[in-house]
Write a protein that binds this ligand. Sequence first.
Ligand SMILES: Nc1ncnc2c1ncn2[C@@H]1O[C@H](COP(=O)(O)OP(=O)(O)OP(=O)(O)O)[C@@H](O)[C@H]1O
Length: 505
Amino acid sequence: MSDEVLMQLSSNSNPSDPSLPTKLAKLEARMAGKATPSAPAPSASSPWQSSASSVRFGPPEESPEASTSSDSDNDIGEEFLIQANTQKRQRIHEDVQASTSQPPEALIIVAVGADVRIKIIETTDLRPGIDEPNKSKQGRGRGRSGAGRGRGSKSNDHVRPSNIPSTVPLANGHSTVPLANGHAESVLHKENWPKEQFGSDERTSLQEEMVLLRSKVSFLEEELCKSRQEATSHQQLCRQLELELKDFKERDQQMKMKRIKVLSDLLIAVSKAERQEARMKIQQESLRLGNVGVIRAGTIISETWEDGQVLKDINAHLRFLLETKEAIERHRKMLKKRQSDKSEGSDVETGTYEEEVLIQDEIYKSRLASIKREEEVYLRERDRYEVEKGRLIREMKRIRDEDGSRFNNFQILNNRYALMNLLGKGGFSEVYKAFDLVEHRYVACKLHGLNAQWSEEKKKSYIRHATREYDIHKMLVHPHIVRLWDIFEIDHNTFCTVLEYCSGM
Ligand SMILES: Nc1ncnc2c1ncn2[C@@H]1O[C@H](COP(=O)(O)OP(=O)(O)OP(=O)(O)O)[C@@H](O)[C@H]1O
């Protein structure tokens, strides 16, 4: 008899009915398949004793009739059992259906004596991570069917996979519960299986189901094993990829360093070649256009410019032309003076002489015009050479500044700007041509050197002004204004502004 039935009976019972223990004993005896004794069943051995003392079978209006005849008691009990069993079967059927439609729950059907117990086990899959929330349902006092956790409820204390629906009855009257690991757990029950309640076909179907579930479990275990292997191989692959990535990054870094090295070597080579070329050019130009000479006057040494040969030649030629021009002018004056002296003589002589003077004057005039043209050419040429001389002097100064600069040894500033040659020197700055190793373009690095002799206040004031100037400059974008790309500090007395490079072309 199920706990539910007992509960029902308890709720319907009349505590004042003295014949109830007898009825209960009879019913129990029937349920156990024994002959019903007329005397009350030994209450001490009955598991239902406590409740039997206070329960009454059937509806209350039938109770007087039931208390008068043992046959009628039997009939009522049988009828009740039939009803109860029919209800139970229906419930089993419903619960089995429910268990198939609701995988997290499994039914354990335990046959106890003449009754059928339905135990609903709130199951939780043993596999980690699956049906976690169902664990909370474990250990609930009573199942959904209302059947109690009384006898044989040991099986409920085990956690089972969600797809195992029921216990399977064994021949010895124990029920087995398939576990996740494929073993069967024997569930001990105090009563034997009623063969008339569970047909062999039902048992067979349950066993088949159990076999099916076992095969499912083994399949899932295989799948799990495979997944674990895959996970291991994936982890190994990940580790390998991480190592490769690290290796690749290291190699990339090395390549980057190599690239920078190769690039800076190339830039240094180019710069050195340019420097050499510039110095050779200066040597050649200084022969032609002039050079700086040193004049010593007592203890004072001063520098003066000495023109080169070309300029000397031009100047000499111009001087010669000037002298020639002056000589022709003098001859013309003398000729005119003689002409005036001769005009006092005879007409014939005077006429002949005037003709000669005119011819001579014309000759002087044409010579003067030719000298003037030649002089103009030489003067133009001298102007051109003067421009070249100025360029040469600037270049010489630049080379001298470059030689005296502390940044002339091809440094890489801020890990990015490879300094090449000096472009020029300003009031407080040196401007170097540089190559931006990140953006791969030529830039002009203006190195602002603060005078070490300056007071801290003057340095601060200079930096404040320069910062304000460059903050404004940074915002200016115009085709006729060089862009300011970057600004950074080199040391306590020096900072650098990176400008767009102007080739001057
Ligand atoms: N962006 C540039 N591109 C190419 N060359 C440059 C650039 N900026 C400056 N220079 C060169 O550097 C030289 C000195 O620069 P600049 O004229 O800016 O100095 P400055 O203004 O006199 O110095 P300071 O700002 O210290 O007073 C210039 O004559 C020019 O040859």
